[in-house]
Design a protein around this ligand. Structure first.
Ligand code: CAA
Length: 257
């Protein structure tokens, strides 16, 4: 049983809740390991079609665990511990992941949300990359993913000031997709997950993979990936099911093959 996360299943969706409330879900090596393991298990489970990653009302995650990860460490010990490898596990998950943020998503917490495929937020959420206040810079993808998400000038302003932004501002700059009421944010995120879970699973996985390629590769390579993924889907039963359901005016029943 994991110590730092709680995993629950409701039909075809899974929820992973970060569970270190005493430190606002600060991310240490144990959380990242348990998170990666849980996500890998869910990714291997064909009955899990969407994952909601969340925290509690006060915090999604307030960043790297400053007391554990940043005191008495050296570049060599950081290299040996290689936390980046733990982040990579999460990055490689193919099942669509929704980050459902309430409260603080700061530093590594904001970076964790940005690894996910969709970010939704309670109206109480606060996002930020405050590493500059510790004399460092974001180290889990923040300078890269935030810049790709919101552009150079907005990213620089956020990273250089370390200021926190509201859920609404995060939506205005394109980081957050939906801002939900504080009373219903998690239910609303799960409803979105259920909508995604009803879609054809192989197509959903290839869709998020293709969108990720758009971040990493030049347009030609991205279009090439998309073309092959598109053709591949014509070998699935779910494509026949989707097209037949459309033609016969019925709801498709996707099987993930
Ligand atoms: N690491 C370790 N402990 C943390 C933490 C963190 N990132 N964030 C909060 N905590 C702890 C606090 O130390 C406190 O513990 P104690 O009760 O034992 O003192 C507890 O959580 C509650 O926090 P506060 O009392 O500070 O709560 P608050 O509501 O007054 O303030 C906050 C909330 C503004 C989020 C404040 O806690 C804060 O600024 N946290 C640090 C945020 C931060 O700098 N994050 C970036 C970390 S660096 C990083 O993430 C690098 C990277 O790229 C991977």
């Amino acid at each position: 049983m994991p110590n730092t996360i709680i995993v629950t299943r409701e039909g075809s969706i899974a929820t992973i809740q970060l569970n270190r409330p005493a430190v606002l879900n600060a991310l240490n090596a144990e959380v990242l390991t348990e998170l990666g393991d849980a996500m890998r298990d869910l990714d291997d489970d064909a009955t899990c079609r969407c994952i909601v990653l969340t925290g509690n009302e006060k915090a999604f995650a307030a960043g790297a665990d400053i007391k554990e990860a940043f005191v008495g460490v050296t570049p060599v010990s950081m290299l040996e511990q290689d936390l980046t490898a733990k982040w990579e596990v999460i990055r490689r998950i193919k099942t669509p992941i929704i980050a459902a943020v309430s409260g603080f998503a700061l530093g590594g917490g904001c970076e964790l949300a940005m690894i996910c495929d969709i970010i939704v937020a309670s109206e109480t959420a606060k996002f930020g990359q405050p590493e500059i206040n510790l004399g460092i810079i974001p180290g889990a993808g923040g300078t890269q993913r935030l810049t790709r998400a919101v552009g150079k000038w907005v990213a620089n302003e956020l990273i250089l000031t370390g200021r926190f932004i509201s859920a609404q501002e995060a939506k205005d700059i394109g980081l957050v997709v939906h801002v939900y009421p504080a009373a219903t944010w998690l239910d609303d995120a799960k409803a979105l997950a259920r909508t995604i879970a009803e879609k054809a699973p192989v197509a959903a996985r290839l869709a998020t993979e293709a969108v990720d390629v758009a971040w990493n590769a030049p347009l030609d390579a991205g279009l090439e990936f998309e073309r092959k993924a598109f053709y591949l889907l014509f070998a699935t039963e779910d494509k026949n099911e989707g097209v037949d359901a459309f033609i016969n005016k019925r709801k498709p029943q996707f099987k993930g093959r």
